[in-house]
Design a protein around this ligand. Structure first.
Ligand code: FAD
Length: 490
């Protein structure tokens, strides 16, 4: 065990880190362990030197949930080995930092998929567990937590514990933003599929009623859904949208053919990630310029997109068959990244509300957005199932995901509108997704997540000195006692 004067482990150093949206900058002592003993060494060093620690996966959460300004970060991306694959039972055991795309590369040609995978394919398994992320297939498969069979958790005292679905810690760790310990590895249940292709149907809906009726009608036959909403549509156009649904397709491809399709699919994703993102950076200033005239620019763009979708639907050109990889993951690179869409003063907000009363919720929230000087730049709706996570984001219902790009002079009024949409969500028993959050205040957090007290009780027992914390946890007042910062000696 290191003593008070113990030297810094060689795999720890001070680094600058930024939130994905870009508006939060921090400096942390970053550890990049490759093994469990190195994780234990980092924890012991932090305990002995009065530092708190926050686990970080791929750092693909939008806000400050994987940041820990002035304290330590345990970057788990180097612990990324596939430990076991049981093809017969469709189960895979991986280290915490394994990316979801790595799992797809390992199993997808065997006609297996991992439901609950978010659009960001580079998210790590532990990041997906601790933020309890959701995929486009949430209406049938629920959140990522539904895939988890067991995990190894490293506790604050340096001991490990096995946690399966019956363990009392299970629902506290799912979506528990890493406050109870470090996930070291996990076993996930995969699901068989008919082929690697999905048939996509793009159907326009004239308003909120039509949108919800369409989702009900398509749900039984379609495996996944994601809805683009025109947040600028008013009056009888409120909730005007285009519903994208996907169904697995029956095909007779040989394993060799599947490998060929998929190799090309993975290469395409990598190509888009590298060149798509670089291109967006290059044209970032053009996007910023357009977003200066946000209202007219988006009003016209949305009108154009909706009209084109209607035309495609009328002419029967609204279905395509494509690799699931493309449907599920490619939007991460074709849509400009959040720091460009949101700009220097912006943020994302994803809020979930129950199915009962969904029409009123959608209409009220969109109307509030329209009263803001800066309505959302993008608005996406998804369908979800509830689960038992203590900080679980989703109810059995729908979520709206917004990207806001307020100008400096509108920051305050834009924030007021965001507070009102949070109120409208909470009054319906809804939730705010912590993986996308950088705005919740302690008062709002306590209203959104009343069960956080149950998590705190467990935390007090497992981690009485508050070793595990993050900037998000401090911001929402999860444990104000831990707010004091230890200075950066550099
Ligand atoms: C383009 C894009 C699209 C996205 N689409 C979706 C989407 O469709 N659905 C969705 O739900 N989210 C989505 N997200 C958000 C993202 O998928 C989640 O935030 C996910 O948690 C990121 O994984 P990560 O490995 O980067 O985790 P990080 O951001 O690094 O960490 C997330 C949380 O997990 C904790 N954590 C990480 N590793 C460990 C560990 N080993 N032990 C304990 N705690 C740990 C961290 O402390 C933090 O609280 C998207 C993000 C981007 C950038």
């Amino acid at each position: 065990m290191p003593s008070k004067d113990s030297p810094l482990p060689s795999f720890m150093q001070w680094e600058e880190l930024h939130s994905l949206v870009g508006s939060i900058s921090t400096r942390s002592l970053v550890a990049r362990p490759k093994t469990l003993p190195q994780c234990q060494e980092a924890l012991a060093w932090c305990r002995d030197n009065g530092m708190t620690i926050c686990a970080r996966g791929a750092g693909r959460g939008y806000g400050d949930l994987a940041l820990n300004d002035g304290h330590a970060l345990l970057d788990m991306s180097g612990m990324n080995r596939i430990l076991d694959f049981d093809e017969e039972r469709a189960r895979i055991t991986v280290e915490a930092g394994t990316r979801l795309i790595d799992i797809y590369e390992h199993v997808h040609h065997l006609l297996l998929t991992l439901p609950g995978s978010p659009t960001e394919s580079h998210s790590s398994v532990a990041g997906a567990i601790c933020a309890n992320v959701n995929g486009k297939d949430g209406w049938h498969y629920g959140n990522f937590s539904q895939r988890v069979i067991r995990m190894t958790l490293l506790r604050a005292d340096g001991e490990t514990v096995e946690v399966d679905r019956d363990h009392e810690l299970f629902n506290a760790i799912m979506g528990g933003i890493g406050l109870l310990g470090i996930v070291i590895d996990a076993t996930l249940q995969l699901v068989p599929i008919k082929s690697n292709f999905v048939k996509i149907l793009r159907t326009p809906a004239a308003d909120t009623d039509a949108l919800l009726a369409l989702l009900d009608e398509l749900k039984d036959d379609h495996d996944a859904a994601v809805v683009w909403i025109d947040a600028y549509g008013k009056g009888k156009r409120l909730g005007r949208s285009v519903v994208h649904t996907a169904q697995w397709v029956d095909r007779e491809d040989t394993e060799e053919e599947r490998r060929e399709f998929l190799d090309a699919g993975f290469r395409r994703l990598e190509h888009h990630r590298r060149f798509g993102l670089a291109l967006h950076e290059k044209f970032g200033p053009v996007l910023s310029f357009m977003l200066n005239a946000q209202r007219p620019a988006l009003y016209l763009f949305n009108r154009f997109y909706y009209t084109m979708s209607r035309l495609a639907s009328w002419t029967g050109r609204n279905t395509t068959s494509e690799l699931f990889l493309r449907f599920n993951f490619e939007a991460s690179f074709t849509v400009p990244p959040a720091h460009l869409v949101c700009g220097p003063h912006g943020y994302t907000v994803q809020l979930n509300f129950p199915k009962h009363g969904a029409k009123e919720a959608i209409d009220e929230i969109l109307t509030i957005c329209q009263s803001s000087p800066c309505p959302p730049v993008t608005t996406i709706l998804r369908a979800h199932q509830a689960d038992e996570g203590l900080l679980s984001f989703s109810k059995n219902g729908y979520s709206l995901n917004f990207e806001f790009h307020p100008k400096k002079r509108h920051e305050e009024r834009s924030r007021e509108a965001v507070n009102r949409i949070i109120d409208a969500t909470v009054k319906r028993g809804g939730r705010i997704h912590l993986a996308k959050d950088q705005v919740l205040t302690p008062e709002q957090f306590h209203r959104v997540y009343p069960r956080y007290n149950e998590l705190l009780l467990i935390k007090k027992r497992l981690d009485p000195n508050g070793l595990f914390i993050s900037d998000l946890a401090r911001r929402v007042g999860i444990d104000p006692v831990l707010n004091a910062k230890v200075g950066d000696p550099a």
